[in-house]
Structure formats: structure tokens, C-alpha cells
Design a protein around this ligand. Sequence first.
Ligand code: DAH
Length: 339
Amino acid sequence: MKDQINRLLEDINSFNADTLDKVEAFRINYLGSKGVLKQLFAEFKNVEASQKKEIGQALNNLRNTATEKVNTIKSALEGSKKEAKVYGDLTRPAESIELGSRHPISIVKNQIIDVFSRIGFTVSEGPEIEDDWHNFTALNLPEYHPARDMQDTFFIEKDPDILLRTHTSSVQVRYMEKNDPPIRTISPGRVFRNEDISARAHCIFHQVEGLYIDTNVSFADLKQTLLYFTKEMFGKSKIRLRPSYFPFTEPSAEVDIYWGLETEIDYKITKGTGWLEIMGCGMVDPNVLKNVNIDPEKYSGYAFGMGIERIAMLLYQIPDIRMFYENDVRFLEQFKSVI
Ligand code: DAH
């Protein structure tokens, strides 16, 4: 009987189970009402009196070991079951974290800022709600000036007029009022025009204004700066300046870059000419300088203004301006790889 007890003890010690069912089967087998231990205790009465003490202890030890085994495995399995409820499967691979992306308008705006800051331009900003002076009058657009009609304005109040700025040129006025030359600044920002929304135009869009005021600034300086910008921004080094009219610059010009005619898209966006208009510019009109108390006899300067959407559409071949404002993730996530 002693040998049998020792063998059983070994079996019990080496037992392990990964499910509660298996532990229960083990319990029934050893400790159940018809189990192994029950039988052994029944046989115990036949044991010789001289061995009763030793065998009795061994039997008790066997029962205790089996009971302990059942309890420890059971509580371990129940514990991990509870954990699984709280954490799920801890060995499962983690879900990847979705990275956001910058909006294409921000990407292009930051690129423009970067290009100009490398040649000493600072960044300045102004309010989106403007008064008549900063948006029109100081920019050489007095009341009843026909050029006011070029920019369909959203008015907030009349007499005195408070409006949503129609261009970022208002920021150059504010900047010149507060700072003395030399001035080198660019002003990115949102502008508003009462226009019908289409694939090409929107009532809200973004511009970057540039302003350079110093002694002896000439049109040649303007041209060189524009050439530098188009090379850095588009990798294109051929530009042309077409005479134009803006009330705040004299002379004024529109800047075209030679885009080329290599692909079908090039033909489409340049209407078969190879040339693309990207901004307006000119030498700051002496009247504007006078309006902000800068002496036009001593100082001269140039200014330029461009639409950020237009440049982003060219760089990324975006066919419809409305895509910028719809916040469709399928559109936005395409800019993930761009910083
Ligand atoms: N403000 C003009 C517009 O919104 C753009 C512009 C043209 C700005 C010529 C300038 C400039 O500073 O010199 O259409």
C-alpha cells in the first residue's frame, strides 16, 4: 500500500491543467465520493496495526496534497480569466496608432514662410475683421475708387465700414504704421470675398503678402526675389512679368512662371501656353508710403501677393478648390508623407 501511495503522490505533484474542466476531473478522480482516496481510506482498516500510524499519515498527506493542488490550479485559472475580461488577450499585437497629417494649406504656407525667411523676411499677421482704412483707403483706394469693385466685400457694419478683409495687403499697412524701415516681412492669412463658390473660386481663401521697404529698392530687386522664390518653391527658373494694375503699386505687374508643356496636365493647366500666373506685385505706390508716414523721397519698396490655394493646387495637382475645406479624410490623409 505504501508503494501505491508514493506513486499516487508523484502523479498528483506532477499534475497540471489549463482548463477548469480538467481540474474538476482530477478532483473527482482523487477526492470524489467514489474517488481513489475514498477507496484507500476504505482499505485502511485492513492495514496491520503496526503500520497504521505510518500509512495513516501518508494517506492524510496524499489527501492534503491533492486538495491543495486542486485549489492552487483552480484559483490561478480563475484569476487569469478575470484578467482576460479586463484586458482582453494580452498577447495580441497592439493596434497601430493613426498619425494625423498637416492640412495642405498649412504645408504650402510653411514652405513659403521657409523660403522667404531664408532671405531675411519676418512673419507678421493682422486681424481678419478690418476697417476701411487698412483694407482700402490707406492702400490708395479712396471711397468711390472704381477698383474697389474688383474685390467683392463682405461688410459687417456700414458708416464707418467694418468688413472682412478682402486681401492680406491690409497687414502691410498695419506693419508700416508700427515699424520703421528697413522692412522685410511676409503676412500669411485668411481672406474673404463675396464670390460664388466653384471649382476655381471660393469665398474664403488664403494669401501671402510680401513687403520690402528700404533705401534704394528697385524693380530689379523685386525681380530677383521673385526668381529666387519660384526656383525654391517650384524648381522653375523662368518667369515673366506682365504689366498690370493695382492701386497700391506703381508700376504693377503680374508674375507668370514657365511651367512647361511636358504632360497632358501641363497643357490643361496652362491652357496650352506653358505659362502660369502665380501672383501680383509692384513697387509700393508713394501715396501708400505717405499714408503710413514713411517718406517716399527717402524710401522705396516692393510688394507682392499670392494665393496659397492656387499654389497648393499647382504643386499637388488638386483639381477643385472646394476639396481644401471639405475635410474629407480620404483627401487629407494623402498629405501624410509631407512634413
Ligand atoms: N492684394 C492683391 C489681391 O488680393 C494681391 C497683390 C497684388 C498684393 C500686388 C500686392 C501687390 O502686394 O503688390 O489681388
